[in-house]
Design a protein around this ligand. Sequence first.
Ligand SMILES: Cc1cc2nc3c(=O)[nH]c(=O)nc-3n(C[C@H](O)[C@H](O)[C@H](O)COP(=O)(O)OP(=O)(O)OC[C@H]3O[C@@H](n4cnc5c(N)ncnc54)[C@H](O)[C@@H]3O)c2cc1C
Length: 452
Amino acid sequence: MDFSQLSFWHSQIAELTPRAIPSDAGPFDVGIAGAGFSGLWTGIYLLRANPNLKVAIFEKEIAGFGASGRNGGWCSALFPWAPDQLAEKYGKEAAKQLRTAMVDTVQEVGRITKELGIDCDFQLSGTQYLIRSEAQRIKAKHELAAAEELGVDQLRKVSPELAPRATKVLGSVFDPACASIQPAKLVRGLAESFEKLGGVIFEKTEVLGLSEGRIKTSRGDFMAEYVVDALEGYRSTLRGKRRDSIPIYSLMVVTEVLPEELLNEMGLEPGITFADYRNLVIYGQRTKDNRIAFGGRGAPYHFGSSIKPGYDRNDRIHDQIEGVLLDLFPQLSTVKFEQRWGGALGVSRDWMASVRLDPKSKLGQAGGYVGDGVGTSNLAGRTMADLILGLSTPLTKLCWVQHQSPKWEFEPLRFIAARGALLGADIADQIEGVTGKRSLISKIIARLTGKG
Ligand SMILES: Cc1cc2nc3c(=O)[nH]c(=O)nc-3n(C[C@H](O)[C@H](O)[C@H](O)COP(=O)(O)OP(=O)(O)OC[C@H]3O[C@@H](n4cnc5c(N)ncnc54)[C@H](O)[C@@H]3O)c2cc1C
């Protein structure tokens, strides 16, 4: 497989050859399945806390093969459940603590990557959320009110004149708690840092099963006292975990390098990330080298939670994503799009992320980030490290720790639920585009998906 073809981000990485298989066959103190952000952050924080630990990561392809190398590069404070929904379930104080931890996490990623010497184009430029219809204005108002109620946020409303110059803009909300990054540079840099700290990575080593003290792989069984599932979007491919999470695809495109004047005229500051308040998520960033990397949901869920390389590219959805960007910024109508790609992200049945460790079996897992995993996986890694080290810290007391999501339905109900949510979001956007009012479908989906 030519890994440089996985995404635009991978194509910018000089070396993607799989690592030689380590000679150390264990036993390990900690064995982790999956060399994405979750697995690597866990390993790095563990080894920084205790350099004597023996930590191994087992990866089916290469470090950064999954969503961590392919994403939109929003290192944000976003969490799958909105603060008001967290407050409803766990109380206002718990919601406030989690939001504060997420905002701190954005800073932490900037801090630690600098310390580790990882150049991942980290630019703390914030996000502009465009308001482009009355329905979107209602959602923005709701979000601002919820943030104010919680009293932790620096979200601020921006007038139409100062918002990016997209079409139909009524204003925007600026969230400073987001950095743009080049995700493949980050994840590949993390893998190197993990090794420098003494960790070992078994690439081209498929995990076939995880159980107490044992990681069953395509290269035989490995023993580890603690076993961590950091497979996220791929979790459902493991036997016994099929209904724990579903893979949802998010797809992206990238433009050619654009003139700096054009981007400035469009009101897109260096490193800015942007979206609007539609139901079917979109996300864009001005890259360090002055392109626009832009993506969105809407790709179909595949029956039986199937994941295949062929699903990373879908002409119809990629055409739609390019169309959405051109609809936002017609100034780009003559611009060349250079690459298309996509990947799977993990969604649990209640759309809630979690980090868990069973103290008895010493089995742990982190994930279910629903596409908000760049920042959240760092918080997960730090928290998992604290849990494994047996520490009681502010992180281990956050409300998402030890959360247990219910299982997804058996097929075909899972297929109906997943496709229904995506289709519903699309229909809601179309209705709201015509009526200008928040649709009933969007309210129902918001309740079902945690975006209250
Ligand atoms: C197109 C796209 C855009 C996104 N944009 C954003 C964004 O802008 N901001 C944001 O916050 N989040 C975004 N996300 C989500 C974010 O990328 C993920 O939540 C995050 O990267 C998850 O990291 P992870 O380490 O948990 O999982 P992954 O990075 O998916 O890592 C799991 C690893 O496990 C490996 N693996 C799979 N099966 C096996 C097996 N059987 N044995 C061993 N290894 C295995 C995979 O190869 C992979 O490397 C996006 C996701 C996608 C797909």
